[in-house]
Design a protein around this ligand. Sequence first.
Ligand code: SF4
Length: 264
Amino acid sequence: MNIVTIRASSLAELFDCPARWEAKHILGMRMPSGAAAHLGTAVHASTGLFDQATLDGAPITADDAAGALVDTIRDKNAEVDWDDTDPAAAERIGLALHARYCAEIAPRQHYVGVEVACERLEIPELGLALTGTTDRVRTTEAGFGISDLKTGGRAVGTDGTAVTAGHGPQLGVYELLAEHALGVPISAPAQIVGLNTGKTAAAQRVGTGEIESPRAALLGTEDQPGLLQHASRLIHSGAFYGNGKSVLCSAKYCPRHATCPYKS
Ligand code: SF4
């Protein structure tokens, strides 16, 4: 069986619309990054710099690290479809979230890895190779656990808890990759660090949420195949059907939209 590579961040998309996943990840059809995704990249850059400095024993201030956010947002080489968002507004939201992350979240975390680029993890019996970068690996009383930063307009509920729904498959892959890369067992619940990208200060919430052992659904049991087995069957059958009911079924998010027979 040939080996097909799956990025952790794309696994949920494979099940949401296999035809869109094929277009982006097998056929190499690309789209400019949306404003929301670009803001996410920028916040990852600045918070990553802040946490790495702490981990290295040479802490920097939140203000010092914020420069990475501004540089990423203003990067002339990044292909971004700003649509009706203005880069200055995105920068303001990003800076507010970066400051809140550094003040409210980072001090409570005990990171042992920042942006852990995991080696390719091959699963030959499924014909799959998993890749991806795990945002953070942390220590807790329950052992090592992974943390994933999520930005978005619905990342944190009004109760201050990060939304975890739908992120299980991706976090499960990060757990496998982190174990493989660092050689430590991951036994604590997976954590989402949510950064809510609202326009007002009240909506710019940060918070955390947990998913207990997301690997279980991924790997399945003897009686119940896991998501990775389903992914393997789907990919190796080549039956990349479309899902016109996907919330991302639009010209804005799908490179196949113009010609796709499945779109609604
Ligand atoms: S147009 Fe819709 S159904 Fe077709 S591939 Fe894209 S998301 Fe899927």
